[in-house]
Design a protein around this ligand. Sequence first.
Ligand code: AHG
Ligand code: MN
Ligand code: MN
Length: 332
Amino acid sequence: MLRFTMPVTLQHHVQQHHGAELASVIQAIAEASVLIERSLRTAALSDILGAQGSTNVQGEQQQKLDVLANDLLTEVMRQHPAVAAAISEEDEDAIVFTGKRDAAFVAIYDPLDGSSNIDVNVNVGTIVSIQRVASGIEPTAAALQAGSAQAGALYVNYGPATMLVYTAGRGTHSFTLSNGEYLLSTEGLTIPPQGPYYSVNEGNADDFPADIRDYLQSLRSGGLFGTRYGARYIGSFIADLHRTLLKGGVFLYPPTVKAPNGKLRLLYEANPLAMLVEQAGGMAVTVPMAGMPAERILDLLPQALHQRTTLAIGGPVEIGALPARATRHLVA
Ligand code: AHG
Ligand code: MN
Ligand code: MN
């Protein structure tokens, strides 16, 4: 007899494990991602590639698709009854939605991650962090909670397949887009304890603290674990992270001269992906200058919406082998 198991949809999965309200917020974000995905697929035919001609709060050239993705996602969040405010990489201030003072969540996002890769048809993504708004708390204050308080986190990886990976604190699960619907592909993703790759922008290597350069050299030479690591760097955080989550290894964005506090933003890049990786058995820590203590990303108390952080994220073996920073005062 033919055995046919009904595919599990994203909304059903979230509802089953985390309740209807969070499920409907995540479903709304998923639906926005389907619209973003559609515009990406034919961008080259509709003159929406290239620069917008404006810069965002980060002082970065906005791409037309950054703005389009941001407008789409923000409009969907504005219309959702359970979302009180949106904080976006593309907007300096929080967008507090009128008439939704008691809404349960704030959405904090990077609408299009990997913008430098859009025009060359390399994976880009959308990253969303969801924080609860306790009663009487301002939405912006809710957004500035530590990453450990996140109600949920997800990214969409627009690649050969469009995949959405989410967690709401009970494991990390991946879904694949099929005919406009996200269907469960892997429940309970676990990062391999040790992987074959390290992932860092080697172009910045001369800036890295000396002990981080030594750490990378020992991965290359096999000195650290006896096996020589390969290097992979796509330049879209979600793509490098997705490969690290599935294959194992470590992604690093150490301090550089240009970005002494790291480049990646804490609220909508490091925190959501740190929650996803921890829920899959991995770790995410800061990579401070030598002599400063490394901290767990999810324990950091944000001071500003767009603050940046250094980062090492990946399997427990590679993160556990990072040079201990607190005790040794190393010459940088
Ligand atoms: P965004 O496009 O949202 O600004 O993010 C780009 C980030 C991240 O996706 C990636 O890992 C990193 O920038 C790459 O930075 P470098 O080019 O400095 O390596
Ligand atoms: Mn980004
Ligand atoms: Mn972005």
